[in-house]
Design a protein around this ligand. Structure first.
Ligand SMILES: Cc1cc2nc3c(=O)[nH]c(=O)nc-3n(C[C@H](O)[C@H](O)[C@H](O)COP(=O)(O)OP(=O)(O)OC[C@H]3O[C@@H](n4cnc5c(N)ncnc54)[C@H](O)[C@@H]3O)c2cc1C
Length: 526
């Protein structure tokens, strides 16, 4: 029986302390944190893990420099603290990265003021990153010749951090650590309905994986964590649960294009509306984004207007031989940020949409025994996990002694031992497209200690060390390992979330290798 089937079996008719609905970042960290502290946890998502908002982020792990514009000091303080802890805990997956911001006529403040702000931001971040610097237009031109500095009044360089793989894989790590700690988790399992009967929740679930139309089944739980992201209000309404907060949606898009600069820096610009947007590195590609548009729809997708806007903005701010066109786009991403507002009154939303806070809220309904997670960020994940632990204690659950095993990479010693072995097997070579010193580093970054199994597979059959898809840096042995460990039920799970190939290679270029890949993953051949 494969991993998912085993977990479905455990769900069916099972009883859990906590049922978590939603396997985006908020649900995944909750599952990892609570299972590490001794609770029996079930985690479900109606799609793949991280297949909604959490796969559409800018992949930045940051304190939110721009939130200082709205004087959100506590938010920036907490996000910086989470960023610093994440940088320490994930030395290969999360890396410090320089931002070079060019301030031209569309910038809402002068470059010198931005430099003062950057110094303040650095201080709020406990001086954890490289110090910021004021840059003249000439200095920007020298550092990043691709930036158009003709109307620039100067700029700044400051540091934050980013995810070197992708957001969805980062989420998967938390699901993996929840599973390792004994949680039951399954993707493509939808909560159809849930009723509280004599203090206990009875939930009807269905298997939504394509081609698997099993009849609905039931689990029971003592409490629910509602981590459904943009959908939290719908679930709460279905349980007649009243909350002080609710969610509104802000749409953001990204366009993935061929690499625009060789540096591993983020380029930051103000668009014509005075809002910051970026060019962010992703392996051998650049990601342009994002936008911030009010919407009532969760799944509108990238429209022609969105695309045209972003292309126009970036073309005006870069010195390219040929302007970027829609034909240069390798892939597109679109998501809605679940932003938190008070349930009563719409005044704040109507008056100042772009300054709506990005801070999260958590509400505990003690009689219904439901914890609702509103908003949040990938960067906020450790804070969120810790708050969920406090919230379940508030509901009367006893947690085992505190430990930090629910997050972080394995020890440096384990990493160095792996590097030595991998290099002795020829993986000291540079990857083709990934930004890393060596393939050894890439393998460790992607799989942690399980990367040792990749080497074992290759030792027993050298063919497993070959690349599966051209210019992907993904080895056959990795695919075999991922098939066993990562609940991959479709090619999209693999290409879009467990890896970022659908983003960096693009669907058309992947086509010739898909049959081979499907066979390795034991999926239907497309
Ligand atoms: C454009 C954009 C850029 C961003 N950039 C960054 C960034 O650079 N850095 C950063 O830190 N943050 C960033 N964010 C914010 C961050 O991505 C989100 O806050 C975060 O991913 C939200 O996670 P979540 O778990 O709350 O929601 P989601 O990821 O949406 O997860 C909720 C899950 O609940 C599931 N679900 C819903 N109903 C049911 C049901 N009935 N049964 C089972 N499952 C259900 C859904 O399928 C979904 O997977 C960005 C967001 C966007 C949109």
């Amino acid at each position: 029986m494969d991993l998912r089937a085993k977990n479905l079996d455990k769900l069916d008719g099972g009883h859990f302390d906590i049922l978590i609905i939603g396997g985006g970042i908020n649900g995944a960290v909750s599952a990892a944190a609570l299972s590490a502290r001794g609770l029996s946890v079930a985690l479900i998502d109606r799609g793949d893990f991280a297949s909604f908002t959490s796969q559409e982020s800018s992949n930045l792990v940051w304190g939110g420099f721009k939130y200082l514009e709205n004087y959100e000091l506590p938010l920036v303080w907490n996000l910086c603290s989470s960023r610093n802890r994440l940088l320490k805990a994930y030395p290969t997956q999360i890396t410090e990265i320089d931002f070079v911001a060019t301030l031209d006529k569309t910038a809402p403040f002068p470059a010198l003021l931005a430099a003062v702000g950057a110094l303040g931001y650095w201080g709020i971040g406990r001086f954890f990153t490289r110090p910021p610097k004021f840059l003249s237009a000439a200095a920007i031109e020298k550092l990043e010749p691709v930036s158009n500095t003709t109307t620039a009044k100067g700029g700044i360089r400051y540091a934050d951090a980013y995810l070197r793989d992708n957001d969805a894989r980062f989420v998967w790590n938390f699901v993996q650590s929840a599973l390792d700690a004994g949680a039951t988790a399954a993707n493509y399992v939808k909560l159809e309905s849930a009723t509280q009967i004599e203090g206990k929740w009875e939930a009807t679930l269905s298997n939504t994986a394509s081609g698997q139309t099993a009849s609905p089944f039931t689990v029971t739980a003592d409490a629910i964590v509602n981590a459904a992201g943009p959908f939290v209000d719908g679930l709460n309404n279905s349980w007649d649960l009243e909350t002080e907060h609710r969610i509104v949606y802000s749409k953001g898009i990204h366009l993935v294009v061929p690499k625009l600069t060789d540096s591993e820096r983020v380029l930051a610009f103000f668009d014509d509306t005075g809002r910051l947007f970026y060019v962010i590195p992703m392996a051998n590609r650049s990601v342009i984004g994002t936008t911030d548009t009010r919407t009532d729809q969760v799944d509108e997708g990238v429209t022609n207007d969105d695309r045209a806007f972003l292309l126009e903005q970036i073309n005006a701010r870069l010195d390219l031989d040929k302007p970027l066109t829609a034909g240069d786009i390798i892939s597109e991403r679109c998501g809605v940020r679940p932003l938190v507002v008070k349930s009563s009154g719409d005044d704040q939303i109507e008056t100042d949409w772009t300054s709506l806070s990005r801070k999260h809220e958590m509400e505990i309904d003690r009689s219904k025994r439901v914890i609702t997670l509103f908003g949040g960020k990938l960067t906020d994940c450790l804070n969120m996990g810790e708050e969920v632990m406090e919230a379940v204690e508030d509901l009367g659950f006893k947690l085992t002694a505190e430990n930090d095993t629910w997050f972080g990479e394995p020890s440096e010693e384990a990493r160095e031992t792996f590097y030595a072995k991998a290099k002795s097997m020829g993986f000291g070579r540079k990857p083709k497209v990934e930004r890393a010193e060596s393939m050894a580093e890439v393998l460790w970054r992607r799989h942690g200690e399980a990367a040792n199994q990749v080497l074992d597979f290759i030792e027993s059959d050298a063919r497993k060390g070959e690349e599966v898809i051209q210019n992907s840096d993904i080895l056959r042995a990795e695919v075999i390992l991922m098939r066993q460990r990562e609940m991959i039920t479709s090619l999209e799970d693999f290409l879009r979330r467990r890896t970022k190939l659908a983003l960096t290679i693009g669907q058309d270029a992947l086509d010739p290798d898909l049959a081979n890949l499907a066979e390795l993953l034991a999926l239907p051949i497309p």
